[in-house]
Every structure is written in C-alpha cells, then in structure tokens.
Design a protein around this ligand. Structure first.
Ligand code: FMN
Length: 276
C-alpha cells in the first residue's frame, strides 16, 4: 500500500487494484482492454508500438495508440533501441495528449531481435539502457514511465538487478519483471524468487511481478512470496476476461487482511456470458 492509500501510484495516477493487464501484441487492443476493465480495476496497457513507427506516424502505429473515450488511463507501451527516437516518440505522445502512462518494453525474447542486442537483451548494454530510460523519463515530464523487462539474456547473463536500479535512478514509477530469461522464452515456470530478489534490492520503487498468474490465488501468492507491489497478468486472462473480477475480489480481501486465507470463489460465467 502506498502513502496515497492506493495500491499503486504512478505519478498523479492512483490505481486502487494492484493489477496490470500485460501488454500483448495482437491482443491488448482497445476492445480487449475494455472487456477486461468491465470486470475489475487495474491498469490496462496497450499493445506495443515501436517508437520509430510512431515518430513516422504510420497508420498502424496510430491505430495501436488509439484509445476509446471511456479509457480514463491511456497506457501506451513503447519499444525502441535508440534514446533519440524514444525521446521523440514520448514527446509526441505528451505534446499531443495521447497517453497518461508510458511503459517501455525490454522483454521481447525473439532471437531475431535479441541477436542484434534489442528486446530482452538490451539491458545488457547498461549505458544504452540507462540512456533510453533517462531520455524517456525526461521527455515524459509529469507523465509516469515504467519499464518491463526479463531477468536477462540467459542464466549466465542476468541483468535485472542492475537494470532495475538504473531505471529507479532514472525516475521511473515502476519496474515490472517477467521472471524468465530471454532464452527461456515462455517455457518452464517463472522464477518468482527473482521478483523477491528485485523487490529486496529496490525498496524505494514499485516492483511488479509477472509470470504464470493463472488465478487470483496465484496473484496473492506472488504478492506474499515476493513482497512485490503489484502483479502483471498476461496469458491467464486470454479468453477469460472475468479473471479481473476474481483479482479485484482477492485484492479487496488482501487489503483488509494480507494474511487472510478466505477463499475467493472464482467467477463461473454462464455459457450465455461466455458467448457474449
Ligand atoms: C501473444 C503475446 C504477446 C505479447 N506481447 C508483448 C508485448 O507487446 N510487450 C511486452 O512487453 N510483452 C509482451 N508479451 C509478454 C507478456 O506481456 C508477459 O510478460 C508474458 O506473457 C508473461 O506473463 P504471463 O505468464 O502472465 O503470460 C506478450 C505475450 C504474449 C503471450
């Protein structure tokens, strides 16, 4: 819980439920975000847009950053490998009032991207990573910026602690960790102990845990086991937007008593609701 009383605080934005819909390319468009938001509170992040395409105002980039008027927190995820282009893209979003929160993506595990030192491999180049995050935070002014990253390239090249500290020093509102390396892709189980380690090292910035939350009880377990400030939910809500209702109920219980073992009855939608 924050000093503001909200579960998460991103700049001036207070988020009552410490849940973030993970950005997912091809999925978290405005229709999907709004459907999820009907069920519960939290922060609902857009699909990733590359800063280069945004600066060039391609039709697709402009579509990706579009929000419905009912989306009161417009959260845009940016990807980029060049501080100048990222800075230009952020300045454009701010000057044209197109976003309330900007997330920076350093989690892409695709070999085509990581081989060139981009995506989840980028934090390995500490100076470049710091330059990108610093330039984004500076260009964003009052708009809060967060970063999303993986543990590192592989078990021998872990970057998350250094990257987390660097992002904190740049002034981000939150650091989200998908607790896998790039080489693990989506295999095996996410290593929640890394989220615990990151929170332990970053007491003074919000840390969000990500990886393998399939139910509300997983989310509460992640909070308890890692001490993280909030959770990021991706695949667990695919085809099941009502998961956000379970999460909301579980976190309301958690706010009253973090040690409560009261079971949350998962939402069991009727066939009619599923069809709708
Ligand atoms: C189809 C798909 C698309 C994704 N696209 C993005 C993306 O655009 N940006 C990003 O940061 N992560 C992306 N991710 C990763 C998720 O945000 C999340 O970190 C990952 O799925 C682990 O969380 P989960 O176990 O809750 O699914 C994507 C994941 C999936 C399955």
């Amino acid at each position: 819980m924050n000093t503001s009383g909200a579960a998460l605080q991103y700049g001036d934005i207070a988020i009552a439920t410490p849940v973030v819909l993970a950005p997912m390319a091809g999925i978290t468009n405005t229709a999907f975000r709004r459907l999820c938001r009907e069920y519960g509170g939290g922060l609902y992040v857009s699909e990733m847009v590359t800063s280069r395409a945004l600066v060039e105002r391609t039709e697709e980039a402009m579509r990706l950053i579009g929000h419905h008027e009912s989306e009161d927190i417009r959260s845009v995820q940016l990807y980029g490998v060049d501080p100048k282009t990222i800075s230009e893209a952020v300045r454009m979003l701010v000057a044209e009032n197109r976003a309330d929160h900007i997330d920076l993506n350093f989690g892409c595990p695709v070999p085509k991207v990581t081989r060139k030192g981009g995506g989840a491999a980028l934090p390995y180049k500490q100076d470049l990573f710091a330059a990108i995050v610093n330039s984004a935070v500076k260009a964003a002014g009052n708009i809060p910026v967060s970063v999303k990253m993986r543990k590192g390239i592989d078990a021998d090249h872990l970057t998350f602690i250094e990257a987390g500290k660097s992002a904190r020093d740049a002034g981000v509102a939150a650091v989200a960790l998908h607790a896998r390396t790039a080489s693990e892709y989506y295999s095996g189980n996410a290593d929640w102990s890394a989220i615990h380690e990151l929170k332990d090292q970053l007491r003074d910035v919000q840390v969000l845990g990500n990886g393998d939350i399939w139910s509300a009880s997983d989310a509460i377990r992640m909070m308890r086991e890692t001490g993280c400030d909030g959770v990021v939910v991706g695949r667990g809500c695919l085809g099941r937007p009502w998961l956000f209702a379970d999460l909301q109920a579980a976190f309301e219980e958690y706010a009253k008593d973090p040690n409560s073992n009261k079971a949350i009855d998962p939402v069991q939608p009727t066939l009619g609701e599923v069809a709708r």
